[in-house]
Design a protein around this ligand. Structure first.
Ligand SMILES: Nc1ncnc2c1ncn2[C@@H]1O[C@H](COP(=O)(O)OP(=O)(O)OP(=O)(O)O)[C@@H](O)[C@H]1O
Ligand SMILES: [Mg+2]
Length: 338
């Protein structure tokens, strides 16, 4: 499998370098085949059937929409799909596609049956999205040339391809675009067993020895998210290295979690701050999302995509028509923590 990254010119600042380092580290731990891809059984089953059928038909696989909170394995799955299809994987992020020309250039450069992965597809410009409609449905580009009465559409045929769209917010996708995806695959948080297995496999890749309960402790505090499990594992590895441990025990994990300001239920500083702000500034809620984000000085998208899904799933936060409220469970938790 060859990966073509359609990234525009990059400027490196300490921040982006940090992110870049994170990306490199993450790549090392990415599942290399479906045996290493733990959990999400229904999704994997669907994909395997779609890919096999495409191979038998000798056609491109149907388009699929992958949705769910960050770090649950959408990009990893896209890589595995192109691997089993034996095609190139073209990767681009929605916000990077600014002009119709950008998307047209990518689509006309695909080889037959290639996979085009558009990350954060909900953040793509609407005019670019329209180019995708006929491309997805008829493998054709309809391009408007000129303006006013002299305007005419030009049609260009493109090769059959598979579009994989990834989004943390499928609700923000326009209906025409959503309807053109033949499969809608929704990613759920992982359970502790699955996360334990992921931690165990990745500990081997990193060459660290973990006691059984240490593995379980990492899984318990990973917010149902493999990326967070990997992040904790790497920090635990650092800790063990510095403390010269041959095997990491649960005490080492707890010490590392404390350094990362992650508590015993897996909530981090920002999670607790959200709950605390609702309690202290808004009497426990309800509070509108805009007001909440203003008080937290955080971007609405980050709160809604990154923090809320887990807080909602675990019942710390409740969403009502009048805004966000914290639950009894959250109040109890705050009482314990503060
Ligand atoms: N099913 C899985 N089995 C094993 N490891 C996984 C699985 N899913 C994700 N991971 C691990 O978690 C990391 C993050 O996953 P990935 O980048 O695929 O998430 P994502 O859904 O694309 O996130 P984002 O929405 O932020 O782009 C991967 O590098 C991989 O190590
Ligand atoms: Mg991704």
């Amino acid at each position: 499998m060859e990966i073509v990254n359609h990234a525009e010119s990059r400027v490196f600042t300490p921040d982006t370098l940090d992110q870049n380092n994170e990306v490199i580290q993450e790549a090392k731990l990415r599942p290399q085949n479906f045996d290493e891809y733990i959990g999400q059984k229904k999704i994997v089953e669907n994909i395997e059937i779609m890919a096999k059928s495409a191979t038998i038909r000798n056609q491109a696989m149907d388009h699929a929409l992958l949705s769910g909170p960050p770090g649950l394995g959408k990009t990893s799955l896209a890589m595995l799909i192109s691997k089993i299809l034996g095609t190139q994987l073209h990767m681009i992020s929605g916000p990077a596609i600014e002009k119709k020309g950008d998307i047209a250039a990518i689509l006309t450069n695909l080889s037959p049956k290639d996979v085009l992965f558009i990350d954060e597809i909900h953040r793509m410009d609407v005019s670019c999205e329209e180019i995708l409609y006929s491309a997805m449905e008829d493998y054709r580009l309809d391009i408007l040339i000129g303006q006013g009465p002299a305007a005419r559409t030009m049609q260009i045929d493109i090769v059959p391809f598979t579009l994989l769209g990834a989004t943390t917010r499928s609700g923000l996708l326009s209906n025409p675009l959503r309807d053109r995806f033949m499969a809608h695959l929704h990613f759920d948080f992982y359970d502790n067993m699955e996360l334990s297995t992921i931690v165990e496999n990745n500990a081997k890749k990193l060459g660290v020895k973990l006691a059984g309960d240490a593995k379980v402790q990492i899984a318990k505090c990973a917010r149902g998210t493999p990326r967070i499990a990997n992040r904790i594992l790497r920090r635990v590895r650092d800790y063990a290295l510095v403390k010269n441990r041959s095997e990491i025990d649960v005490g080492d994990v707890i010490s590392s979690l404390q350094l990362m300001e992650i508590d015993e239920t897996g909530l981090d500083r920002m999670d607790r701050k959200i709950l605390q702000v609702i309690q202290e500034y808004y009497g426990g809620g309800p509070v509108g999302i805009e007001a909440l984000c203003a008080t937290l000085s955080e971007d609405r998208g980050t709160i809604e995509d990154v923090y809320e899904p887990y807080l909602l799933k675990e019942g710390y936060l409740l969403r009502t028509s009048r805004g966000r409220t914290i639950s009894e469970k959250a109040k109890k938790h705050l009482g314990l923590t503060y």
